[in-house]
Design a protein around this ligand. Sequence first.
Ligand SMILES: C[S@@+](CC[C@H](N)C(=O)[O-])C[C@H]1O[C@@H](n2cnc3c(N)ncnc32)[C@H](O)[C@@H]1O
Length: 249
Amino acid sequence: MSYFSGSLDSLITYWNRKYRAEKFKKLSTRQKAVEIVIKEIAPILKNTFLWIDLGSGAGGIEKYVLSKDFNPNIIAVDFSFAMIENFLTPEFVNRIVADARDNPLKNQIADFVSSFFVWSDYPTVKTPLKEFYRLLKTGGYGLIVDYASGDSYWELRKMLHGYKDIVGNINLRTPKEVIRVMKKIGFEIIKGEYISYQVPFDSMPQLITSTELALMKFQNPDFYNSYLEYMTKQIHARRFYYVIGRKNA
Ligand SMILES: C[S@@+](CC[C@H](N)C(=O)[O-])C[C@H]1O[C@@H](n2cnc3c(N)ncnc32)[C@H](O)[C@@H]1O
């Protein structure tokens, strides 16, 4: 396993782009997963005093949550200036530019810590989950949502990583792998599962142009054949979410 874009430096550069922040204001194919998750965490969030979102992006999720009549105090942490500068609801959210895996926030201040689609960029989930644990009060809750193994769009991008400008070296994990780490850190697993749904290929960001596809036929027939197969299918979106709790002091 390695970093999504090859190295930590290139990952920071990758995310620190204004156009990417603009793109992440929309939930797009993450909408469905986020809706399910909000239902699961609604009872928790309603009474939440402080919510810390690690790898917040440009606030698409915060805006969505606030539109659902939840009223938590929110701290959004992201290492991308572009994301934090272009944040959607800055008047309601405290924002910090920092590495979420080693952030300046004090121990055990949060009632709720979350990450949406962040740690599949990384070779390990252990470091960020330890940070969840450090930030959470005893009795607090965590939530992790991410792209999971079996997601066909990301499997395709993974296969094409490095072809033209395609970045796709994502770490797609099974819930089993993540659960093992959570338990080791000391979390109680409260609820979680795979979320699966179909998305039309056309609705996904297109990875190559028709000219590039024609070229690929000669340059790399294996890629070409796999690509055609994906184009004719619905994309199988696969994500996992876990609600976890910190029981111990
Ligand atoms: C796929 S985007 C998801 C954004 C947001 N959670 C959402 O779902 O709309 C991943 C985000 O995580 C941020 N990120 C990645 N690694 C990070 C780290 N170590 N510390 C803080 N932010 C990080 C990126 O800058 C980017 O904004």
